[in-house]
Design a protein around this ligand. Structure first.
Ligand SMILES: [Mg+2]
Length: 259
């Protein structure tokens, strides 16, 4: 499967309902355009947080990554370059650096999460187009993040979107077993009590969409163009195979869909 049509800010992939051009749909009405991607079956909206609800190039997640490496160096006593290598191997093998540190090294989750999320969020600001696009989505909306609730709440506050979500499902919600592990998705489906085929999931890491799609969710890949976005832990497949839709512009995509 490949990309069928590359459009302005949005790409339709060869799976799911037939889609036509979305390049003319930005700012559509409550129902979106009649020609936009069809999300009329969706009543539960699951959004990853970092690099999904804010742009990957704003520098926020880069700070978190730096502090992850700092934490691994502090915790293990390794030089920073070796700590970076260890961090990446923990991420690949355990889904998150934290899960690897907890499993192999007995790290304290609260200490880690407080440290890595102690960052400067001044680069974030409310995005009126994103707020309007999310506000029009019918049904329930959730944040589904491998990060922690406090961090998510701070981010949502900075982008003016806190009031748009019913709940934040964070790493504690799924007992520190992170995306892309299927058990994380099973947990949130049980928590929310919804049918997966009525849900849509948005994530910048393509591999995080695998379990969502296997469960029957409609999947949207926020492709930031980075290796990180294409990869993710245990990445081996072509990203497109896990995504029903692809975009590099979340507000535009959400404004274009049929709901
Ligand atoms: Mg993300």
């Amino acid at each position: 499967m490949g990309v069928n049509a590359v459009l302005q800010g949005a790409t339709a992939l060869g799976h799911g309902p037939a889609m036509n051009s979305v390049s003319t749909l930005a700012g559509g009405g409550d129902g979106g355009s009649q020609a936009g991607p069809d999300f009329r079956h969706v009543r539960v909206w699951l959004f990853d947080l970092d690099n999904t609800l804010y742009r990957a190039d704003c520098g926020v997640f880069a700070q978190i990554e730096t502090r992850m490496t700092d934490y691994v160096a502090r915790f293990t006593g390794l030089p920073r370059d070796e700590a970076r290598i260890l961090q990446k191997s923990l991420y690949r093998a355990h889904g998150t650096t934290l899960n690897g540190l907890m499993t192999l090294h007995g790290a304290d989750a609260d200490d880690y999460l407080a440290y890595v999320h102690d960052i400067d969020l001044s680069g974030l600001a409310p995005d009126a187009k994103l707020i309007a696009a999310i506000a029009r989505l019918p049904g329930r909306r959730y944040v589904f993040t491998n990060g922690c609730r406090d961090h998510a709440a701070r981010i949502l506050d900075k982008i003016g979107a806190g009031h748009l979500f019913d709940s934040i499902w964070d790493i504690r919600t799924f007992d520190f077993i992170p995306k892309p592990d299927r058990r994380a998705y099973d947990r949130i489906v049980a928590e929310g009590g919804f049918a997966p085929d009525q849900a849509a999931m948005f994530d910048d890491i393509a591999h995080n969409l695998v379990a969502a799609r296997a469960l029957g969710m409609t999947t949207v890949w926020l492709n930031s163009g980075s290796a990180f976005s294409h990869g993710g832990p245990q990445a081996a497949d072509a990203p497109h195979e896990h995504a029903d839709h692809e975009t590099d512009d979340l507000p535009q995509f959400l404004s274009s869909i049929r709901i």
